[in-house]
Write a protein that binds this ligand. Sequence first.
Ligand code: ADP
Ligand code: MG
Length: 614
Amino acid sequence: MTNPSVVGIDLGTTFSLAAFVENGRPVVVRDATGIALVPSCISFHEDGSVLVGSAAKERALSDPEHTIFSVKRLMGRTLADLKKELELIPHQIVERETADGRKVLHVKIGGREYTAEELSALILKEVRTRAGNPTKAVITVPAYFDDSQRQATRDAGRIAGFDVLRIVNEPTAAALAYGLDRRGSGTVAVYDLGGGTFDCSALSLSDGVFKVLATNGDTYLGGDDFDRLLMQVAAKEMGIDLATRDAELLQHLRDAAERTKIALSTYESATFAISITGGFRPPLAYSREVTRTEFEELIKPLIDRSLDRCKAALRDAQLKPAQVDEVVLVGGSTRIPFVRKRVGEFFGKTPHTGLNPDEVVALGAAVQADILTSGRRDMLLLDVVPLSLGIETLGGVVDKLIHRNTTVPARAMTRYTTGVDNQTAILLNIYQGERELTKDCRFLGTFKLSGIPPMPAQFAQVDVTFLVNQDGILTVSAKELRSGAQARVTVQPAHGLTTAEVDQLVNDSIENAQEDFTARRLIELRNKGENDLRHTEKGLSQAGDKLTQAQHDAIASTGAALRTAMAGTDITALQEAGMAFARATNPLATLMMNDVLRKRFGGSGEGELDAEKL
Ligand code: ADP
Ligand code: MG
């Protein structure tokens, strides 16, 4: 193998591995003995040396205190996010605050503290070394990973010495590995049952672009649970309490259980055997046959649970199982024949199983990496806009042009006009966020289009275009259609936003939706009132003499009432005042309309609408 310069990496909870494209085909990186999977396990030695992978996993037996598993569960999290994780990770986890007030998790091992990013970087570095030190990588993450978890993964890649080309969703990578993008369009379900986690995603494919429609899962459901079920059976028969603090005994039981489970994927029956001699304990030996049927009975409730999650994902994606065109199996645990059978039955079609389920994500990441670096095919568009982008309109309301979760590149256009006569420039404020009002969104920048020739108000037509490119960078351009005046500015959204801020913004928008809506409605009604009053004033100066005194009085009194309502915050009152004013100004509107008609058609005034009869 020639050393690749770019790889795709599956950074898993239990196993990690790399793949790259060679002669147009993705292949996984294997060691001299043919093994591709690197256990996501790190062991720190007193002398300062660090072991990663299977060597570290072996040391877990003799030195559990200095060995860490499942770092992926800590990525991009705060102490408040972690509940179950804290019980399972036998290390002290502390949260430190940075100078600028951000919270960062640290794991204490052997008197030193490490961030989750640093620990994941050690795994990535091991994977990188095995691949011959490539410089660029695409790294995969679960579809449910939020921005901070993705950012942490990206940072880990950078710490490991990679130029991280892209963070890609695991289910999308799996679909790519099977070349499903070549279908052009359709829907794909990805069932991923790994060591400690389960997730199911529904993807839509159109024009070769994948989009995650919905994802669901259980972050505590996987092969480890199947091992535990077998351990329980054995422990009961051996008279051992699994709550024992005997780490070595537990590890032996766990290994025996996993071996049995794996054998049962091939054979109808397997032997659960454990034999411990030496050390400080009395010799221990136990052996028992387990049949496949027995094992299936044990895991059935867990498989049912996973299918319930699939149902939920499909419901969110508004799909019926029969509408799914392709089913992809991912994760080592989908090697279990019973899992394949049940998933096939659920979707009513045979899942793809041609590739190794524990390699398929890395293979897909390699395909994506190759696409990004070789320019061989059109770029696959897999990223989305994290927060909505919009423009401030009258009264501090945000007019959203591009909505959150739109796939990039994204383009949106809206048309504006000038508000006053002879306005030669238009100023736009650009905001990012989910809330309705600018004061609750993040200000990104100001944009000015000048050089508009003097024209009456409402006459200029300014097309404003937002374009977010593949890297999430926003370019705003504007063009006045009558004069051709145009301007363009590049804004960098999302940057400088910490994820906590992003989370907060999203939460705020859900919690405050009702309040926002009210505020927005109020501003809109006030703007409308202001406009109506101004137009009426203009109309009165032109055609006022044709109105009766009663009509004048009605306009004056309802106009004053409208002003009062505009100063208040009662939406219903404001709405009613607006309608009363509209009724009172109706005769004037008719007169003005006639005026326009007369001017345009040179009419005599005959057949005019009669203001007094209205
Ligand atoms: P993750 O994505 O969670 O890091 P993997 O997808 O590599 O992990 O899956 C690891 C799990 O797959 C482990 O629980 C392992 O025991 C299980 N596994 C691997 N091969 C088999 C097999 N042949 N039969 C059953 N389970 C298997
Ligand atoms: Mg996985």
